[in-house]
Design a protein around this ligand. Structure first.
Ligand code: ZN
Length: 85
Protein backbone atom coordinates (compact mmCIF):
# COMPACT_ATOMS: atom_id res chain seq x y z
CA UNK A 1 0.00 0.00 0.00
CA UNK A 2 1.18 3.48 -0.73
CA UNK A 3 -0.06 7.01 -1.16
CA UNK A 4 -0.67 7.90 -4.78
CA UNK A 5 -0.14 11.61 -5.27
CA UNK A 6 -0.71 11.67 -9.01
CA UNK A 7 -4.00 9.89 -9.71
CA UNK A 8 -4.77 9.33 -13.37
CA UNK A 9 -7.72 11.43 -14.60
CA UNK A 10 -10.88 9.34 -14.63
CA UNK A 11 -9.52 6.82 -12.11
CA UNK A 12 -12.38 5.24 -10.16
CA UNK A 13 -12.22 4.00 -6.58
CA UNK A 14 -12.02 0.23 -6.33
CA UNK A 15 -14.66 0.21 -3.59
CA UNK A 16 -17.25 2.96 -4.27
CA UNK A 17 -16.59 3.41 -8.00
CA UNK A 18 -16.59 7.18 -7.69
CA UNK A 19 -13.83 9.28 -9.27
CA UNK A 20 -10.72 9.42 -7.09
CA UNK A 21 -9.01 12.70 -6.20
CA UNK A 22 -5.31 12.98 -5.37
CA UNK A 23 -3.87 11.94 -3.06
CA UNK A 24 -5.37 8.47 -2.83
CA UNK A 25 -4.28 5.06 -1.56
CA UNK A 26 -2.98 2.47 -3.99
CA UNK A 27 -1.73 -1.07 -3.98
CA UNK A 28 0.64 -2.17 -6.68
CA UNK A 29 0.51 -5.86 -7.41
CA UNK A 30 -0.46 -8.08 -10.27
CA UNK A 31 -3.30 -5.57 -10.63
CA UNK A 32 -3.18 -1.98 -9.46
CA UNK A 33 -5.90 -1.04 -6.99
CA UNK A 34 -6.80 2.55 -6.08
CA UNK A 35 -9.11 3.68 -3.29
CA UNK A 36 -10.38 7.10 -2.31
CA UNK A 37 -9.24 8.08 1.19
CA UNK A 38 -12.56 7.27 2.85
CA UNK A 39 -12.81 3.81 1.29
CA UNK A 40 -9.14 3.11 2.05
CA UNK A 41 -9.88 3.62 5.73
CA UNK A 42 -12.99 1.44 5.57
CA UNK A 43 -11.23 -1.35 3.65
CA UNK A 44 -8.28 -1.23 6.03
CA UNK A 45 -10.46 -1.56 9.10
CA UNK A 46 -12.43 -4.36 7.46
CA UNK A 47 -9.22 -6.23 6.61
CA UNK A 48 -8.04 -5.97 10.21
CA UNK A 49 -11.39 -7.23 11.52
CA UNK A 50 -11.46 -10.09 9.00
CA UNK A 51 -7.90 -11.11 9.85
CA UNK A 52 -8.82 -11.20 13.54
CA UNK A 53 -11.92 -13.27 12.86
CA UNK A 54 -9.94 -15.69 10.67
CA UNK A 55 -7.22 -16.02 13.31
CA UNK A 56 -9.73 -16.65 16.09
CA UNK A 57 -11.64 -19.14 13.95
CA UNK A 58 -8.50 -21.31 13.74
CA UNK A 59 -7.91 -21.25 17.49
CA UNK A 60 -8.55 -24.72 18.93
CA UNK A 61 -10.06 -23.35 22.15
CA UNK A 62 -13.88 -23.38 21.95
CA UNK A 63 -14.04 -19.98 23.67
CA UNK A 64 -12.66 -18.20 20.59
CA UNK A 65 -14.67 -20.30 18.16
CA UNK A 66 -17.84 -19.42 20.07
CA UNK A 67 -16.95 -15.72 19.89
CA UNK A 68 -16.47 -15.96 16.13
CA UNK A 69 -19.80 -17.76 15.70
CA UNK A 70 -21.50 -15.07 17.80
CA UNK A 71 -19.86 -12.31 15.73
CA UNK A 72 -20.92 -13.91 12.45
CA UNK A 73 -24.45 -14.49 13.78
CA UNK A 74 -24.70 -10.83 14.85
CA UNK A 75 -23.42 -9.61 11.47
CA UNK A 76 -25.93 -11.77 9.60
CA UNK A 77 -28.76 -10.46 11.78
CA UNK A 78 -27.68 -6.87 11.08
CA UNK A 79 -27.52 -7.57 7.34
CA UNK A 80 -31.00 -9.17 7.39
CA UNK A 81 -32.43 -6.00 8.97
CA UNK A 82 -30.98 -3.75 6.25
CA UNK A 83 -33.35 -2.77 3.44
CA UNK A 84 -32.76 -4.58 0.16
CA UNK A 85 -30.46 -2.71 -2.20
ZN1 ZN B 1 -14.19 5.16 -2.56
Amino acid sequence: MSVLYDVEPGQLCEECWLPVASPAVARQGWRSLVWCRLCAKRVGLSLIADEREATLARDPQPHWRNRVVAAVRHRLQVEERLPAA
